[in-house]
Design a protein around this ligand. Structure first.
Ligand SMILES: [Fe+2]
Ligand SMILES: [Fe+2]
Length: 203
């Protein structure tokens, strides 16, 4: 896709028509994204226990969780500002499909390595879709306004940083095992993106 460079080398692109469809239901989109930010906070925090006894990685994960919690608050505030409501969590079929691939993993795979790589992939995919949304939102008054566009850009930049943080943590813990497993996951993630129907959600 021209103009976008993912933080990790994703192998499938979301069609630009997805963003045009997504901005037709901005309330649903934002509400769903609030839930994504909440889940991103919780999954960063839940990974800390796997690194007890280490000094640096828990700090990285807590910083990541803090940023996601900040995004969560700001997406909720944006909903409030637009006069929209947080809807019930519809769940993410994208994340569920990745988890199903993890549970069907080939023998010998490391569950912790898979969690870190899935984290990196989800962040990288968010980054791609936020980039598409930011482009589409420029032409839609309902999601327009410089403040909102700046926020989408900031989210995109942060999610790219998170994708790399998860990957670096994986490399630090699992070293030479990472490239082959990442290669496997990049193919699985591309399959999921090609197979799932679109809806008004970042995932
Ligand atoms: Fe975020
Ligand atoms: Fe993130």
């Amino acid at each position: 896709m021209s103009g976008f460079k993912p933080p990790i080398p994703l192998r499938a692109w979301t069609p630009e028509a997805w963003a045009e469809a997504a901005v037709q239901d901005p309330e649903g989109l934002l509400s769903d994204h609030a839930h994504n930010e909440k889940k991103a906070t919780l999954s960063a925090l839940s990974l800390v226990h796997a690194f007890s006894g280490e000094d640096r990685i828990p700090v990285l994960l807590s910083r990541l969780a803090e940023e996601e919690a900040n995004h969560f608050r700001r997406v909720l505030e944006a909903l409030q500002r637009f006069g929209w409501k947080l809807r019930p969590d519809r769940g993410s079929r994208y994340a569920q499909a990745l988890m199903a691939a993890k549970d069907g993993r080939k023998a010998g795979a490391e569950p912790l390595l898979d969690r870190l790589l899935i984290g990196s992939l989800i962040e990288a995919r968010s980054c791609e879709r936020l980039w598409l949304l930011e482009k589409a939102a420029r032409s839609h008054a309902s999601l327009g306004g410089a403040e909102w566009l700046d926020f989408l850009l900031e989210l995109e930049r942060c999610e790219a940083g998170h994708a790399l943080t998860y990957l670096r943590i994986a490399e630090e813990r699992f070293g030479d095992a990472v490239p082959a497993r990442l290669d496997w996951w990049l193919d699985r993630e591309a399959e999921v993106v090609r197979e799932l129907p679109w809806r008004s959600a970042v995932h």
